[in-house]
Unconditional design. Structure first.
Length: 232
C-alpha cells in the first residue's frame, strides 16, 4: 500500500523510481530478524524517517509532495518499533521533513553496509557513488581516530634530557647485579670496581666505580663480606 502510494507520487512528479533499499524499507519496514547479532544496534523510527525523507528530497520531491505520505507510513509501519504515541509520531515526522528540507543533509545509503540491513543491488544508479562515499567516510573516521590516539599519547621524552640518575639507572642496576655476582665469587671490592670500570659501568651519578662505592652497595644490600678474597 505505502509503496504503491510512493510510486504514484514519483510518477506524478516524473522522477526516478525507488532504489532497492527504499523499496525494501517502504514495503517491509525494518525486518528485525536481520538483526540477530546482539552487538548490532537496531535503528530507531527517527533513523528510518530521516533516511526516507532525505531520499525523497534527493530525487526532487518537495515537502508538500511526500510529507503526508511519510506521516501515514510512519503511523502505520514505524509505530511498531516506537514507544511514542501516534500524535507524537505525527509531530516528529513533520519536524523531520521540515529539517531535511531546510538543511544541507544529503542522501547517503552506505550501499550493502546500510544500518537498516535493507536490500541493495549493484545495478542501483547511485551504487558506485554511494560506495565511494562510504569508503571515504571510513578512511576519514580512521584518520580522526588515529589523530585522537596520537594526541592522547604521552610525549616522547628525549633520554638526553632526563636527569643523569634516571639516564644511568638501567646500567647501574645491571652493575649492582654484577657486584653481587663478583662478591659471591670472592673478589675484593677494589678488584670489583676495576672490573666494572673495564666493562663501562658507572655509578648512578655517572662516576667511575671505586672500592668504597662497591662497599656502600654491599652494605646497603646486606651482602656479607667473604673471606679469602680473590685478587684476580
Amino acid at each position: 500500500m505505502h509503496l504503491d502510494a510512493l510510486i504514484d507520487i514519483l510518477n506524478k512528479n516524473k522522477v526516478q523510481q525507488p532504489f532497492a533499499c527504499i523499496n525494501d524499507l517502504v514495503a517491509n519496514g525494518l525486518v528485525l530478524e536481520r538483526f540477530a547479532d546482539p552487538d548490532v544496534q537496531i535503528p530507531n523510527r527517527q533513523d528510518v524517517t530521516m533516511f526516507l525523507a532525505a531520499w525523497c528530497k534527493s530525487v526532487g520531491l518537495s515537502q508538500e509532495d511526500y510529507q503526508q505520505w511519510l506521516i501515514d507510513y510512519s503511523l502505520d509501519v514505524l509505530s511498531k518499533i516506537s514507544s511514542s504515541s501516534l500524535s507524537q509520531i505525527r509531530h516528529s515526522t513533520k519536524s523531520v521533513v521540515k529539517y531535511i528540507q531546510n538543511s544541507d543533509v544529503h542522501f547517503t545509503c552506505d550501499v550493502e553496509y546500510n544500518i537498516f540491513k535493507a536490500k541493495c543491488t549493484q545495478s542501483c544508479p547511485v551504487y558506485t557513488e554511494m560506495e565511494q562515499i562510504y569508503f571515504q567516510r571510513l578512511e576519514d573516521e580512521k584518520k580522526i581516530q588515529k589523530e585522537l590516539e596520537e594526541k592522547n599519547q604521552p610525549p616522547e621524552v628525549d633520554p638526553e634530557r632526563l636527569p643523569i640518575t634516571k639516564r644511568n639507572k638501567p646500567q647501574y642496576e645491571e652493575a649492582v647485579r654484577e657486584i653481587e655476582k663478583y662478591l659471591e665469587q670472592g673478589y675484593t671490592k677494589q678488584k670489583i670496581s676495576e672490573l666494572l670500570n673495564k666493562d663501562g659501568y658507572t655509578t648512578i651519578t655517572g662516576k667511575k666505580w671505586a672500592a668504597n662505592s662497591v662497599s656502600r652497595i654491599a652494605i646497603m644490600k646486606g651482602w656479607a663480606p667473604k673471606r679469602n678474597r680473590r685478587q684476580s
